[in-house]
Design a protein around this ligand. Structure first.
Ligand SMILES: NC(=O)C1=CN([C@@H]2O[C@H](COP(=O)(O)OP(=O)(O)OC[C@H]3O[C@@H](n4cnc5c(N)ncnc54)[C@H](OP(=O)(O)O)[C@@H]3O)[C@@H](O)[C@H]2O)[C@@H](O)CC1
Ligand SMILES: [K+]
Length: 511
């Protein structure tokens, strides 16, 4: 699913109005009408007190239309104009007049001098104060209103985006954002919904299709995409009945050290479950027995040293794909081995954990990393690789530039894992907090390597790998719970994640 920028949303709005030869207020009427339907379906005329807070831009206009429908249908509504600015936009004014024409209870105008209204936990609050147009810090009294809404314990429904959330920067000290119970966003989700500093405000949300011009939406390329089941189905290649193991590639996982053999065991097993025809693990001698005992399906190769860490990386396996890093450590001898190894590589591979740390500490090695290799850092590793950042948006910009410069793919692991290549961002749609557990990254490395070995393009392998890893965890928590989930459980549910691609979607849960 495409994620449009603010400029693209405004453009879509303009083009839709032009094409339909309708004044733009009609689009606002449509948006407000859909908001009303959503609310009405749930309240069924119930006389709960509804407080609609409207700004004076188009987001406020949407709120005004919703308020009018509520009034016309005899709901118990009080409407407020949060008059944060002198520039009331024309469509807002029109929607405001239309509301005033149907009721004697005109909206209450709130300004800096006003006493803010009491909000009780029984109220329903509609937050239509700021939409995607927020471009500077609101005045203190407006922030106080946001805080009062948040402190009220009322059910809060945000229109389009929680008020106070920016489209292009993370919250800073002193910022306040409305924390809604639910957000109804128009046409497509917005980038901040998925970033660490702002995603916690998006506990539940849905998209309202307000009929923006489908042609414009379809033909406009976006810098950001959301990757879910639909996108993965398009990349998936099904197997025919007479397939044999030689057709699905040989994965080689390099890593492990004394005390950290589990990481390479998990990665190797995950590569098998991801569908790699064969898997070999290249480990220090100390690890051979452990690996062979843990995983009879996986072959082992080792170096010529009797050490606890890898001192050499020189293998016979003719691998279709290599994943390096899990449990490897950063012993100087291993660093030398990695240097030698990288210089000999031509094909894209998966680079994780200590292999990332080694490259970060020896940036000259980047030159030897094959193009389209997939780096899978968590935030700590990413910082070592690319340096520090100001906020979530800055991190994305710096990471995509770094990936572009070195022609690599970077998978930034997090609650919403984001993959970047060629200045585009791909946000993963699956996964849950259960994945914040030891070994989960090693499993991901194995899955991506296994997909790469099967002949998927590195971008497909990265996006599918991240998706399946998350989806397997989503299915696994039905059995283990979020707290109980372990990395090994994710591996056990990988098969189910593949099967789920073609399963009938579940009924959405009621908010
Ligand atoms: N386009 C679409 O597809 C559709 C969009 N729709 C709706 O429109 C919403 C976007 O509307 P919007 O552009 O009018 O912006 P909104 O968020 O209402 O802010 C209003 C204005 O406030 C100003 N301002 C900013 N920060 C400020 C501050 N701190 N303190 C004081 N003032 C501040 C700033 O104007 P400025 O003063 O910078 O000129 C800004 O323009 C969108 O979220 C959706 O709900 C739907 O109707 C249907 C189709
Ligand atoms: K809002």
């Amino acid at each position: 699913m495409k994620i449009y920028s603010r400029a693209q949303i405004y453009e879509a709005d303009k083009i839709t109005a032009e094409k339909e030869s309708l004044p733009s207020i009609n689009l606002m009427e449509r948006a407000g009408g859909y908001l009303y339907e959503w609310v009405h379906e749930r309240l069924q005329g119930g006389k709960v007190p509804i407080k609609v807070f409207c700004g004076i831009g188009n987001n406020g206009g949407d709120g005004m239309v919703l308020a009018r429908y509520l009034v016309e249908n005899n709901y118990n509504v009080t409407t407020y104009v949060v008059n944060y600015n002198t520039k009331r936009v024309p469509d807002f004014l029109e929607a405001y007049d239309r509301l005033k024409s149907v009721t004697k209870n005109w909206p209450i105008v709130l300004t800096e001098e006003s006493v803010l209204p009491e909000i009780s936990p029984q109220d329903i609050v509609i937050d239509a104060i700021f939409g995607i147009g927020l471009n500077r810090a609101p005045q203190d009294w407006v922030k106080k209103l946001f805080s009062a809404i948040n402190a009220s314990n009322a059910y809060v429904l945000s229109v389009d985006i929680p008020s106070g959330m920016y489209m292009d920067r993370s919250p800073e000290e002193g910022d306040v954002i409305v924390l809604p119970r639910f957000t109804l966003s128009f046409q497509a989700p917005k980038l901040p919904f998925f970033l660490p500093a702002t995603a916690p405000f998006m506990q539940a949300w849905d998209i309202l299709d307000i009929g923006l011009d489908p042609e414009y939406l379809a033909k406009t390329p976006t810098d950001v995409e959301l990757i879910g089941k639909q996108e993965v189905i398009q990349m998936y290649k099904s197997r025919h009945q007479f397939a044999h193991k030689g057709m699905f590639g040989h994965s080689l996982l390099i890593g492990g050290s004394y005390g950290k053999m589990g990481a390479i065991v998990l990665a190797s097993k995950a590569a098998m479950r991801a569908g790699s025809g064969m898997v070999t693990a290249y480990v220090p001698q100390i690890g051979v027995q452990i690996l062979q005992t843990a995983l009879p399906e996986v072959m082992a190769e080792t170096d010529n040293f009797n050490g606890k860490v890898l001192e050499e990386i020189d293998f016979q396996t003719e691998a279709n794909a290599i994943g390096i890093g899990p449990g490897m450590g950063t012993d100087p001898k291993t660093v030398k081995a990695v240097e030698g190894f990288l210089k000999a590589q031509k094909n894209p591979m998966v680079i994780d954990a200590d292999a990332i740390n080694i490259i970060a500490a020896h940036p000259a090695l980047l030159e030897h990393v094959p193009n389209l290799s997939i780096f899978t850092p968590h935030l700590g590793e990413l910082e070592r690789l690319i340096g520090t950042w100001k906020d979530d948006f800055d991190r994305l910009e710096k990471t995509s530039k770094f990936a572009k410069t070195h022609d690599i793919i970077i998978v930034i692991k997090g609650a919403h894992t984001i993959t970047t290549h060629d200045m585009k961002l791909y946000i993963n749609d699956s996964g849950n907090p259960g994945l914040a557990t030891a070994g989960s990254g090693d499993v991901l490395t194995g899955v991506i390597t296994g997909l790469l070995a099967q002949g998927y393009h590195p971008m497909e392998a990265a996006l599918m790998g991240v998706y399946f890893h998350g989806r397997a965890a989503d299915i696994a928590i039905n059995q283990y719970g979020i707290e109980g989930l372990m990395a090994g459980d994710v591996i056990e549910f990988l098969g189910r994640a593949y099967m789920d691609l073609f399963a009938k979607p579940e009924e959405p849960k009621a908010p």
